[in-house]
Design a protein. Structure first.
Length: 90
């Protein structure tokens, strides 16, 4: 069953290639959604895919950026199926 995950990452997550790495991982796993930097220094991510795929996606991000991520606020939701690709949000 498709799900949506909404995550706010805090720490030193801007300027370390976070968004572009998230895009690469997402496209390799067929995850749709977006990722963007926020003015307060956090990174916001919304992604949709099968739940197991999303868990793999988040695990890869957490592994690659473990030294930069201080905290991640994760909220699981029902998928809206509104995304066709994974992009940088505006």
């Amino acid at each position: 069953m498709k799900k949506q995950v909404h995550v706010f990452y805090t720490g030193r997550v801007q300027g370390v290639g976070f968004r572009f790495t998230a895009i690469d991982i997402a496209r390799g796993l067929d995850v749709c959604g977006w990722v963007k930097n926020l003015r307060d220094g956090r990174v916001e991510l919304v992604a949709e895919a099968e739940e197991d795929t999303l868990k793999d996606f988040l695990s890869r991000i957490n592994t690659l950026f473990s030294r930069y991520i201080q905290d991640a606020e994760v909220e699981w939701r029902a998928a809206l199926v509104e995304f066709k690709d994974f992009t940088i949000g505006v």
